[in-house]
Design a binder for this molecule. Structure first.
Ligand SMILES: O=C(O)CCC(=O)C(=O)O
Length: 293
């Protein structure tokens, strides 16, 4: 049986996103969550988060910012940890339990974590890509997003192609799988339906080698009227397919429930130029792997 019906495909093409309940079973979601609990338990906190006391505060701040930028830009072929704001004290110790401190883990779970790999390359995902007509899809990156209770920060309106730019546009899509119910209260996604058809308003680009910051923006994100956004609450196990140019956001999680998600991005590499200016680049260690291989 096809994962998508013809009317699902049409809805995705019209709106730029698609909500599909019941993509994973409860047991599959639980297994992914249990594995992530272990990964977090074993994590090495990156050194730039562990603030070293220095009498030169300016130097200290600069080296931390540099450390944090390096850590991010080299994370495409690794499993790394990114934290919520304000979770470390001024000695670099956790203020909150460490499992409640993380914003996300990325960006290569699909390559190095067998359970995540098996979901990413599953028959269902391959079937969905085929039904959407992707000729030569590759996996770009993957993330586990926590949206922690009480502190899980908002994600401001954006288009994924700002960060994952291709020529032509229209070749990137995100698969966002709810491992817990995503609700209006805990920060579900919100979309502007149809906003994928008018290009992108800004791009994140690498700056020339040897300069800082390591990335910059070309263009500016537009202001979007609140009333244009439509919420996309979804049950545990549901999938949201996100077109690379659709405008979307999520609110801060002010509830007492977490909202865990596994998400990854696919690009149809057929006749597509991956921008060498994107922050994320294929490496010798991890070229973008084919979904169908
Ligand atoms: O999970 C979220 O709250 C936001 C995710 C998102 O915007 C994205 O993956 O592009």
């Amino acid at each position: 049986m096809d994962v998508l019906t013809d009317s699902d495909v049409k809805k995705y093409q019209d709106d730029g996103y698609l909500v599909l309940e019941g993509f994973l079973t409860e047991a599959e979601c639980d297994a992914l969550r249990v594995r992530m609990k272990d990964i977090v338990e074993d994590m090495d906190v990156p050194p730039h988060c562990r603030i070293q006391f220095s009498t030169n505060q300016e130097e200290q701040l600069k080296s931390q910012m540099q450390g944090s930028a390096d850590y991010f830009i080299t994370s495409g072929d690794k499993i790394r940890f990114f934290f919520e704001k304000g979770v470390f004290d001024d000695k670099g110790e956790f203020i909150v339990p460490k499992e409640r401190s993380i914003n996300k883990v990325g960006h290569a779970l699909h390559a190095y974590e067998p359970l995540y790999k098996s979901i990413t390359y599953s028959d269902k995902v391959q079937g969905l890509a085929k039904k959407l007509g992707l000729a030569s899809p590759v996996i770009l990156q993957s993330m586990y997003i926590f949206k922690q209770p009480g502190i899980g920060g908002e994600v401001t309106p954006h288009q994924d192609a700002t960060f994952l730019y291709t020529e032509p546009l229209g070749r990137v899509m995100g698969l966002w799988i709810a491992l817990e119910d995503a609700t209006l209260e805990n920060g579900c996604l919100w979309f502007i339906p149809g906003s994928h058809s008018t290009g992108i308003s800004r791009r994140m680009v690498r700056t020339p080698k040897g300069t800082f910051p390591l990335t910059d923006f070309v263009g500016r994100e537009q202001e979007y009227e609140d009333k244009l956004f439509v919420p996309a609450p979804i049950k545990k196990g549901g999938l949201v397919v996100i077109h690379g140019e659709v405008v979307h956001r999520s609110a801060q999680n002010c509830s007492s429930d977490s909202r865990h998600v596994y998400t990854f991005h696919i690009m149809d590499s057929h006749d597509t130029l991956w921008s060498p200016e994107n922050w994320l680049q294929p490496t010798e260690e991890l070229p973008f792997p084919s979904l169908y291989a």
